[in-house]
Design a protein around this ligand. Structure first.
Ligand SMILES: C[S@@+](CC[C@H](N)C(=O)[O-])C[C@H]1O[C@@H](n2cnc3c(N)ncnc32)[C@H](O)[C@@H]1O
Length: 221
């Protein structure tokens, strides 16, 4: 069990991930090994656990991810036996789908996950031709496209939908000179300004969570 522990917490015998079932612990161990072996920037367990809380408590049906890797964040939508209706994963890298397939998803989970190997924008366009609405968007792809991802989500978001933007603050890299390219810096600043705009505040409640380098939650008003 101890291999899933990200921090050494000695003040209590309890641990926030103790609520996971044995099979979920096994799955998470698999994911965390992949994360380490591939040196992949998958979401942390604390963020994933928060996603699970949101998805379950809002009874989210349809989920769309901009940037899914091998499905690490997707694991959390199913924790505690939650079963959404549809989970759309998108990943432009060509080498991760095999890892996704190799994971011990239950059949009922495989049945509702659609893994699209390609650009998230393309998949979103395809969905526009259907009448599906998305209740939960995760924006976790290329950082310089965050604003574009956010605006693209509006076309499909449901009336009670939410959008989660991971790593929105970039560890302050904008204010540390030359840590990111000028183009990326401009995109990050634009996103930040846009999140504070009237256009956003009239349609969404926006909340900033100080998990690591920042999570932003937009919830439809
Ligand atoms: C930070 S990782 C996160 C993956 C996943 N959400 C997780 O927690 O494991 C971001 C991934 O998004 C992918 N990505 C970036 N831009 C994308 C796009 N436009 N369409 C699809 N995937 C994209 C990258 O290749 C990378 O694997």
């Amino acid at each position: 069990m101890s291999s899933i522990f990200e921090d050494q917490l000695n003040f209590s015998e309890n641990y926030p991930l103790n609520f996971l079932s044995d099979s979920e612990v096994e799955f998470l161990n698999n994911l965390n090994s992949l994360k380490e072996n591939l040196n992949f920037p998958a979401i942390r367990d604390d963020i994933g656990s928060f996603f699970n809380f949101l998805v379950k408590n809002h009874e989210v049906k349809n989920i769309f991810e901009f940037g899914s890797g091998y499905g690490h964040s997707a694991f959390w939508y199913f924790v505690d036996s939650y079963l959404p209706s549809k989970v759309f994963l998108t990943e432009k890298r060509t080498d991760l789908k095999e890892d996704f397939i190799s994971l011990p998803w239950k059949q009922e989970q495989r049945d509702i996950i659609e893994y699209y190997q390609g650009d998230a924008f393309e998949k979103l366009k395809m969905l526009l031709e259907s009448d599906i609405k998305i209740d939960f968007f995760l924006i976790d792809g290329q950082k310089s496209s965050y604003l574009e991802f956010l605006k693209a989500s509006y076309e499909l978001i449901s009336d009670t939908g939410m959008v989660l933007i991971d790593n929105a603050f970039w560890k302050g890299s904008v204010i540390k000179d030359q840590l990111v390219s000028k183009t990326s810096e401009r995109s990050i600043r634009e996103l930040d300004t846009y999140l504070k705009s009237r256009e956003v505040s009239t349609s969404f409640n926006v909340q900033y969570f100080p998990f690591r380098d920042g999570l932003v939650l937009l919830k439809k008003k």
